[in-house]
Design a protein around this ligand. Structure first.
Ligand SMILES: Nc1ncnc2c1ncn2[C@@H]1O[C@H](COP(=O)(O)OP(=O)(O)OP(=O)(O)O)[C@@H](O)[C@H]1O
Ligand SMILES: [Mg+2]
Length: 242
């Protein structure tokens, strides 16, 4: 269970990037984060993933407050990051190894699994994402769609409970969008929590039960059934979303 209690965040001490957000996300939820550019969706995901710490307010994961001090403890940090996987908006910034196999094996090797276990996990995940043929390629020479699959594989190989997807459909062709839609849907059906920002509503239909809508003033203005939010065209227009 993810609990945000009056969370605000400012990058440089000036304006809020998130303003007083209170939000609970239950285990197994599928939540879309919707809002105009700059409304705070990526910032919220950075907080949930522990990449940034709230400037004020409290973030709890499974009833435990997540603080900078705790995240500096290697044991706590490993346990925390094992639970939450983050697929960045821009895959390039996420990929740093010299080939795809190493990229996907990096997390499991850090966890101290045996080489055999790592090999088995990496092979399985590459099969699942249909990227086995790319295993020897350097990630920075791959196409955007291929990079996205590798970034997802590097996250999924850790088997986190919570997946954060930051605009995963960006720049994907229709076939890749359908593939990813199905992949995310299956994760959710298997009990994983899905939190996903999106501007691309055509390909994510039916994926989300709930939507959290953020305003250009960085507030959470509506938490409702996804289908109800999407049907409310006047509201979406007013929020500068369509
Ligand atoms: N590294 C940063 N330094 C300073 N300000 C930032 C930084 N990253 C984001 N911001 C500001 O924080 C606010 C929220 O940005 P954020 O990236 O979370 O929005 P978003 O909803 O993800 O937008 P988009 O739909 O364009 O991805 C914006 O006003 C943005 O200018
Ligand atoms: Mg963003």
């Amino acid at each position: 269970m993810i609990q945000l209690d009056h969370v605000s965040y400012t990058y440089d001490g000036s304006e809020n990037a998130l303003a007083d957000i209170s939000l609970n996300i239950a285990d197994g939820a599928s939540l879309a984060l919707i809002g105009a550019n700059g409304s705070g969706k990526s910032t919220l995901m950075k907080i949930i993933s522990g990449l940034t710490i709230p400037s004020s307010g409290v973030y709890r994961l499974n009833n435990e407050e997540i603080t900078e001090k705790k995240l500096k403890d290697p044991r706590f940090s490993r346990m925390f990051h094992k639970q939450i996987g983050f697929v960045f908006q821009n895959s390039e910034t996420q990929l740093f190894c010299s080939n795809v196999w190493e990229e996907i094996a990096f997390g499991p090797l850090q966890m101290g699994l045996t080489v055999q276990d790592v090999q088995a996990r990496v092979t399985e995940i590459m099969d699942l994402l249909e990227i086995s043929h790319l295993k020897k390629r350097p990630p920075y020479h791959l196409s955007g769609g291929e990079q996205k699959r590798v970034a997802i594989a590097a996250t999924a190989v850790m088997n986190p409970d919570v997946y954060l997807f930051d605009e995963p459909m960006n720049n994907l062709d229709p076939k890749n969008k359908s593939f990813l839609r199905q992949f995310i849907s299956r994760l959710n059906q298997s009990g994983k929590t899905i939190i996903c920002s999106t501007h691309d509503f055509a390909y994510v239909d039916d994926l989300f039960k709930k939507a959290a809508v953020f305003s250009e003033t960085h507030q959470l203005v509506r938490l409702d059934d996804y289908s109800r939010v999407l049907a409310d065209r006047d509201f979406l227009t007013k929020m500068n979303i369509i």
